[in-house]
Design a protein around this ligand. Structure first.
Ligand SMILES: Nc1ncnc2c1ncn2[C@@H]1O[C@H](COP(=O)(O)OP(=O)(O)OP(=O)(O)O)[C@@H](O)[C@H]1O
Ligand SMILES: [Mg+2]
Length: 347
């Protein structure tokens, strides 16, 4: 009953009116009509004023507090919105705003934790799945040998080679995973130095000469680039980046394709672009290819022995250089991966 603003206003207005009229009645000159008018006026104005104050400054805010509390109690964080009003002088409004802001912050933290948990579960499932494939393969070959195939000299060599290949794949996978986790924990630091990015690209091209020849893919620089182009970065890690990008460009490009590397220097930076005219990446996959183990064509890449970690490593290395990798791609037309490095002016 007392938490009702109308009843409270009525009581208070009545008391004010009674007190005022009683005091006035003590003055002999004041007649009965004046006393009634005073009583009515003080009651009605008091009632209105007190009701408005109680309702808008007090009860409305308390009701909001209750509804917010109920939502928080019911873990219904989604429907809580932070009031965008400017700072209010009303202390109840302030408490309300702070409580809502606090609940919204907690809501954000809970969502982050849920995401991290989902990521962890996915990651463990992915790692187990990726490890299972080469382990099962190697296990199968070894058991077949133990079950008698070892006596046949030809089969023995063939199976041992296959088991070794599976174990080599496992080794690469574990090594790549370790590299990513060490980069994430900060155990791997970049050791920057000045080096010629054109020279480094030629070295990477040399590595892929055979592979490109087999697929009749042309590997070339977009221009002759006669003068060295110095950049400041960790040369070994950038070598790894170029190796991954160029290897992808060759792997995912049809026979007789073209893989081209371009350098666009400006005042302080050099943009490096690795472009191919291969199969391209569908728009729905483009944001996901930098995730660990993500492959556009799951079965095909795995068949080719890819771990799906190449671009995740590229992304991490470039992030440690304070830069990031961008990609533009069109299905059946090709892809272009680009990133910037700090330029060193030739002296
Ligand atoms: N140049 C490209 N053209 C078309 N698709 C690409 C290209 N580069 C990457 N992709 C797609 O992105 C996926 C992820 O690439 P990423 O390099 O991370 O893994 P991978 O090549 O499958 O294996 P890994 O590099 O570990 O051997 C690839 O499986 C492929 O589907
Ligand atoms: Mg790759």
């Amino acid at each position: 009953m007392f938490l009702n603003p109308r009843a409270l206003a009525l009581l208070l207005a009545l008391s004010i009116s009674v007190i005022t009229t009683s005091f006035l009645s003590l003055i002999p000159e004041v007649n009965g009509v004046s006393l009634i008018i005073t009583a009515l006026l003080s009651f009605s104005s008091g009632y209105l004023l007190i009701y408005v104050i109680l309702e808008f400054l007090f009860f409305k805010e308390i009701r909001k507090l209750y509804s917010a509390l109920n939502k928080i109690r019911g873990k219904d964080y989604t429907s809580i919105e932070i009031e965008k009003e400017k700072k209010s002088l009303n202390p109840f409004k302030k408490i309300n705003q702070e409580m809502l802001a606090f609940a919204a912050r907690k809501q954000g933290e809970i969502e982050e934790l849920k995401k991290a948990e989902a990521f962890r579960q996915h990651f463990i499932a992915d790692v187990s799945h990726e490890l299972k494939t080469p382990i099962f393969a190697a296990q199968g070959f070894v058991h077949t040998l133990l079950d008698g195939a070892v006596k046949d000299k030809n089969v023995r060599m063939k199976f041992l080679k296959k088991a070794a290949k599976s174990l080599d794949g496992l080794d690469i996978l574990v090594h790549d995973l370790l590299t990513i986790s060490q980069m994430e924990t900060g155990a791997i630091k970049m050791h920057s130095e000045d080096f010629d990015i054109i020279d480094l690209t030629h070295e990477v091209f040399d590595q892929f000469d055979n592979k490109a020849d087999k697929k009749e893919i042309i590997l070339k620089l977009a221009e002759p680039y006669d003068a060295p182009l110095l950049v400041h970065a960790d040369s070994q890690r950038i070598y790894q980046v170029m190796l991954n990008l160029i290897s992808n460009a060759i792997n995912y490009t049809k026979e007789s394709g073209l893989v081209e590397v371009a350098f666009i220097p400006d005042e302080n930076e050099v943009t490096i672009i690795v472009k191919d005219n291969g199969r391209g990446i569908p728009a729905k996959d483009i944001t996901r290819i930098f995730e660990r183990f993500y492959r556009v064509e799951k079965s095909r890449s795995r068949g080719k022995g890819g771990t799906g970690l190449g671009l995740a490593i590229v992304k991490h290395i470039l992030e440690l250089h304070g830069t990031k990798v961008k990609v533009k791609s069109k299905v059946k037309q090709g892809s272009a991966f680009s990133f910037k490095l700090q330029r060193v002016k030739n002296v």
